[in-house]
Design a protein around this ligand. Structure first.
Ligand code: GUN
Length: 298
C-alpha cells in the first residue's frame, strides 16, 4: 500500500491557531506568557532551531528573551543567567538549547532550572513526575509525536510500539509516556538501540515504528511491517550541491521505499519538527496559566 503522509506542518498550524487564541484571551487578562531562550555557541543546526522557536513566539504573541552566548562562556556565567531567569516574573519558561558546547556541564545547568519553568521537561523533577504518571511538563518532541498519532486517529492503546533510539530527549521519555496506564498510552513498548541484536526482528513487529536514531537510512523497507505507522524523528543534513545552501535534510527512514509499505508516515522536513516547537509554546502557555493561578489540573 502507499502510505498517507502525516502533515506535521498542518497539524502544528492548527494547534498554534488554538494556542494563539488562548494567548489573546490571556492578554486580555494582562497575562503575557514569556520564554527565556539560551543558546551557547554557533552550531548551525542549533541556531536554526532557536531562530524558529523565537519566530514562533513572536507570531504567537509570546514574549521571548533571547540570549545568544559565546562558545567560551563560563559555567558560572551560564548558571547566573539561569538563576536570573528563574527569578524573572516575565519568564514562564526557560529553554537552554542542547547540546551545550564541550566543557559546560549540561546536567548541572538543567538541574538549576526552576522545575516550574522547565518547559522542555528535562529537569529530573519533571522526568520523575512523568515516569510515575503525575502531571508534569512533557518533553516537546515525544509529546508532539503523541499528538501527531492522536490527531491522525492512530490507536495507541494495545499497539506494539518499537522505538529505535534511547536518547534522553526522545527515546527514553517517549517510551515512558507510552506505557502509562492512561488514555492515548497503554502501548507495549520496545526500545532498541546501538547494542540491539537483530534490529529488524523488532522493527518488523511494530504497529507503530518510531525512528529516533539520528542516522540516515536506519529504517529500510524490509524492516517495516505492511501497514505500520512510521514516525521519523531524524533530522540529518546530507551534502547536496544542487541545493543553494549545500545540503538537504533527511530523516532516519528511507522515506521513498517505506512509504510504499506503511499506512501512515511522517516526512522530513514537515513531520515531527514543527510539532516540537508547537509543544514548547503549549508548555509555555501552560506555565503562564499556572503562574497566574489559572487551573491547569485537567
Ligand atoms: N536540542 C534538540 N532538541 C531539543 C529540544 O527539544 N530542547 C532543547 N532545549 N534542546 C534541544
Amino acid at each position: 500500500m502507499t502510505a498517507q503522509i502525516i502533515d506535521g506542518k498542518q497539524i502544528a498550524a492548527d494547534m498554534r491557531a488554538e494556542l494563539k487564541a488562548e494567548v489573546a484571551k490571556l492578554k486580555a487578562q494582562h497575562i503575557v506568557p514569556g520564554l527565556g531562550v539560551i543558546l551557547v555557541g554557533e552550531d548551525p543546526a542549533s541556531q536554526s532551531y532557536v531562530t524558529a522557536k523565537e519566530r514562533a513566539c513572536d507570531d504567537m504573541g509570546i514574549y521571548s528573551d533571547d540570549n545568544r552566548l559565546a562558545v567560551d562562556i563560563s559555567q558560572q556565567q551560564l548558571m547566573s543567567l539561569v538563576e536570573k531567569m528563574n527569578k524573572d516574573p516575565k519568564i514562564n519558561g526557560i529553554l537552554v538549547q542542547l547540546p551545550l558546547p564541550k566543557g559546560l556541564d549540561e546536567s548541572e545547568v538543567l538541574l538549576a532550572i526552576d522545575p516550574a519553568k522547565d518547559v522542555d521537561g528535562f529537569h529530573p523533577v519533571n522526568v520523575g513526575k512523568m515516569v510515575v504518571g503525575e502531571k508534569a511538563f512533557l518533553p516537546c518532541t515525544p509529546h508532539g509525536i503523541i499528538q501527531l498519532l492522536i490527531r491522525n486517529g492512530v490507536t495507541i492503546e494495545g499497539a506494539d510500539v518499537v522505538i529505535v533510539g534511547r536518547s534522553n530527549l526522545v527515546g527514553k521519555p517517549l517510551a515512558n509516556m507510552l506505557i502509562q496506564k492512561k488514555p492515548n498510552a497503554n502501548a507495549t513498548v520496545t526500545v532498541c538501540h546501538t547494542r540491539t541484536k537483530d534490529l529488524s526482528s523488532h522493527t518488523k513487529r511494530a504497529d507503530i515504528l518510531i525512528a529516533a536514531a539520528g542516522r540516515p537510512n536506519t529504517i529500510t523497507a524490509d524492516m517495516v511491517k505492511e501497514e505500520a505507522v512510521v514516525i521519523d524523528v531524524g533530522i540529518n543534513r546530507i551534502e547536496d550541491s544542487t541545493k543553494k545552501r549545500g545540503y538537504r535534510l533527511v530523516g532516519d527512514v528511507d522515506f521513498e521505499a517505506v512509504k510504499e509499505k506503511a499506512s501512515l508516515i511522517t516526512p522530513v522536513p514537515g513531520g515531527v519538527g514543527p510539532m516540537t516547537i508547537t509543544m514548547l509554546l503549549y508548555n509555555t502557555v501552560e506555565s503562564a496559566k499556572r503562574a497566574a493561578g489559572i487551573d491547569v489540573s485537567k
